[in-house]
Every structure is written in C-alpha cells, then in structure tokens.
Design a protein around this ligand. Structure first.
Ligand SMILES: Cc1cc2nc3c(=O)[nH]c(=O)nc-3n(C[C@H](O)[C@H](O)[C@H](O)COP(=O)(O)O)c2cc1C
Length: 336
C-alpha cells in the first residue's frame, strides 16, 4: 500500500507518474530508450541514460537528445490530456548535463481533447520500414505535419524532386561509410540482437530484403523477417528537421518536434520513418546542410508516405517496463 507524503498532491503525483510511463511509447534511435524519469512531489525530471547512448554512432549524444526530446513531448502531451500544464525547464543545470528537462509549476485546467487524441496516437504509432503505397500523401496532411513541428520551434523542410535525389545519394554514401566501419557495425549488431531485453530492434520490424527505394533506408546489417512486398517509395515525401542552432537544447527541441510531427502523421494515417544515417557523419550532415541552402543545422531526415493498406505492418517494438524507466522513490512513503 502506498501512503501520501505530507503535503503531497496525490492526483498530481499520479499524473506525473502516469505521464512518465506513457512517454515510454516514444520512438528512440535503435530503440535504445535512453531516458530515466524521476517523479518528485510537484515536478518531474528527465535524465539521459549514458549507458544507452550509441557511443560509436552518436558520440555527441545528438540522437540521444532527439530521442529524449520525443519522450519529453510524449510526457507533456500525456499531462495535457489529464489537464496539467507544466513549465518546462530544458537543461536547467549547467553542472548536470544529464538532467535534460524539469517539468515544474504544474497548473490544472480542463483536459485537452486534442492531447487525449494524441495519447491514443502514441499507443498505435510505430516505425513501418516497408515501402509506402503508390498513393501520394495529401498536401494538406504534409502541411499539418510541418505545422506540428513548427509549433515546437523547429523547421521541417519538405524536399523537392532534385533535393530528394541529392538526399538519396547522401543516404547511400552514409550507408557505405557505416558498413565499412567495424565499430559502427558492432554497435548495430548489438542493438539488433537484444530485443528480449525490452530494448533494441527485433527481426520482426526489420525488412526481410532491401526494399526498392529512391532514398535507401538504413542498412541494419542483417535481414529481418518483415515482408516488404514489391512496392517502391516513389510516392513518398521526404523532409528534413532543422533549426538555427546546434546545441543540446536544440536537439532536445528537435526531438519534441519529431514527436509532434509523428503523432500528427499517425492521426492523419501517414507513416513516418526517421532516417538518421545522413546526420550521423560530419561529411554527410554537411552535405545535407548544403541541401538546405545553409538555412540551418539539419537534425534528422524523415520519410512520409501512406502505408501499404493491403498487408499488415510490423508489430510493435518492445519497451522497457516502467519500473526501469520511472523512479518514484521520492514520492513513496519512506516507511515502506
Ligand atoms: C532520433 C531517431 C533516429 C532514428 N533513426 C532511424 C533510422 O535511421 N532508420 C530507421 O529505420 N529507424 C530509425 N528510427 C526509428 C527507431 O528505430 C524506432 O523509433 C524504435 O526502434 C522504436 O520503434 P517504434 O518507432 O516502432 O516504436 C529513429 C528514431 C529516432 C527517435
């Protein structure tokens, strides 16, 4: 039985705990889930977990911050669905760079129906690496996805035909370079062979053969068991999330924008797949930057398309149990 700590608003503590658990649905690079939440009586802290950083692929922690940003947005939306609005302090303590965000000063208003719908989308959102269908994504849907990212302070540039070809060449180059690097290969092999731990990528979500695409998806170095069919990504649209600055707080914001864009896409029936290979190496990231006409720093490339309606998509990728990602020790009765 859990007891209330004196002065604790139990409904707030429950909402914070629940939001942190719901954030576990967030996407993360290689499904590393590099986050840990600490629930306090009146605030919620988000920490990065260094043990689950991809030290070879992501030495600066950019993809880690993007992943944690996605989890942060999930938690914010889950709180809004319960009527809670926090003040969000990102990277609040320069001496503790692992403390990525603190949600404080929570105010209770009416539950937000749009946020309630977005929480439903969190439960069904997933990465579908099959080729998209031949049907184009409606322009209005693309525009809504762009707006969702913009509302989080991050730009989403939708590429024109020539830029898609340039992205294709860059992604292909990134794949070749990564395939030749033993450390990167080893890291990928590790995260594609540990799904029984609740992290990483199981074979069921990886294509059984290389899909036919203009822009190659990530080469995971091993075939999975996901049937891809004969489709081609011809009708897919591609975009790049980018911003004016290139600091950890900007990567966190980019992750929040990724989550906002992806949940919007899910609501509109649009499948979204991040393509991070192109931002993992300085050379290809620089090419991507030039492709944006030096407008800003590229954070992530995305594919948008309508999923094949004829065949079932991949199953959900496993997640760590909330007991491993949400620390509630500060709000438990000390006598327990
Ligand atoms: C920052 C980031 C980068 C990602 N990069 C890729 C990628 O390059 N290729 C890919 O197929 N999936 C990529 N993903 C998708 C993850 O692999 C996926 O979110 C994770 O395995 C969890 O699965 P789910 O999205 O189906 O819940 C990325 C996700 C994030 C958040």
């Amino acid at each position: 039985m859990s007891h209330q700590t004196p002065g604790t608003d139990r409904s707030l503590v429950d909402a914070l705990t629940e939001a942190a658990a719901t954030a576990g649905h967030a996407p993360s690079v290689h499904n590393t889930q590099p986050w840990r939440w600490q629930v306090r009586p009146d605030s919620l802290d988000l920490h990065a977990v260094a043990d689950r950083q991809l030290t070879a692929t992501d030495p600066q922690g950019r993809l880690l911050a993007l992943s944690c940003g996605a989890a942060l947005h999930h938690a914010r939306v889950a709180l809004a669905a319960e009527g809670w609005t926090p003040v969000v302090d990102r990277l609040p303590d320069p001496d503790r760079p692992d403390l990525l965000a603190r949600l404080t000063a929570l105010r209770h208003d009416g539950a937000d129906p749009a946020a309630m719908r977005a929480v439903q989308c969190m439960r069904i959102r997933h990465t579908d690496r099959r080729p998209v269908s031949e049907d184009p994504v409606p322009d209005a849907a693309v525009e809504e996805i762009v707006q969702a990212a913009t509302a989080e302070g991050v730009h989403l540039h939708v590429l024109d035909r020539d830029q898609v070809l340039a992205l294709a060449a860059t992604a292909s180059h990134a794949d070749t370079v990564e395939a030749e690097d033993p450390q990167l290969r080893e890291e990928l092999a590790y995260w594609t062979s540990r799904a029984d731990t609740g992290t990483g990528l199981p074979p069921e979500v990886l294509p059984e053969q290389t899909p036919q695409t203009t822009v190659p998806g990530r080469d995971f170095g091993r075939p999975g068991t996901l049937p891809v069919g004969p489709g081609h990504d011809r009708a897919a649209r591609y975009g790049v999330l980018y911003g004016d600055e290139d600091e950890p707080v900007d990567w966190l914001r980019a992750g929040e924008a990724l989550s906002a864009a992806w949940l919007t896409a899910t609501r509109l029936g649009v499948s979204l797949v991040p393509l991070s290979g192109v931002v993992e190496m300085p050379g290809t990231r620089q090419t991507l930057r030039q492709l944006l006409a030096d407008l800003g720093y590229p954070y992530l490339a995305l594919r948008m398309g309508l999923a094949d309606p004829e065949h079932a998509g991949p199953p959900h990728t496993p997640r760590l149990p909330a007991t491993q990602t949400v620390d509630t020790s500060a709000v438990r009765d000390p006598q327990r």
